[in-house]
Design a protein around this ligand. Sequence first.
Ligand code: DU
Ligand code: SF4
Length: 226
Amino acid sequence: DGIRELDARVSVCRACPRLVEWRESVATEGRRAAFADQPYWGRPGPSFGDPDAEVLVVGLAPAANGTNRTGRMFTGDRSGDWLYAALHRGGYASQPTSVASGDGLVLTGLRIVATVRCAPPANKPTTEEKETCAPWLDRDLELSEPRLRSMLALGSIAWDAALGAARRRGWLVPRPKPRFGHGAEVVLRTAAGHPVRLVGSYHVSQQNTFTGKLTEAMLDEVIARL
Ligand code: DU
Ligand code: SF4
């Protein structure tokens, strides 16, 4: 099917020289000591979850020792610990943890995609890298669109990426551009005329969860709106 083909194609993308170099160097000589005995994925992270999802979660980019190691979105890092625990509480994930592919985790009704699919240095993709990766997001949106009800953008970069992809798909997006914030919400309309709710959340990164900027209650509240 379309999503399977998309995931296979994105997995071998080499369009961004800086990110190809980074993802592969982390996966070889740059492995974290705790994982030094493991093979790293070292490639783009394909989307993960239910192919018939009505809800999309849009993240920023793979973590160098998370998705770039395990090959699965938000899998094997602290951001994922937060996200999957919340998705489990919300009824979307079959288990609260996401350790590695093959751990039995199944998502129902929800799919996770990233704005940029390769791990960037310092978790910061360049503008050019975001633009280069955008067609992969566009295709994920295209495949989900007939069933799509809502999207959760984790952070302002994902919020902007979701709005950009929606515009390129010909959706009705309010002007001026809706502003990101935790709990921000806007209803977009697809070209076919059906409404898609976009909800903003602070990203589940450690700098937000360790500091209390994003609490479990705040995350549960935005997930409940999807
Ligand atoms: O081979 P497959 O059943 O299409 O599953 C591929 C991949 O996606 C697997 O790791 C589970 C996950 N997945 C999911 O999370 N939720 C679904 O409804 C179907 C598949
Ligand atoms: Fe390809 Fe996206 Fe990775 Fe760039 S970030 S190499 S466009 S998958």
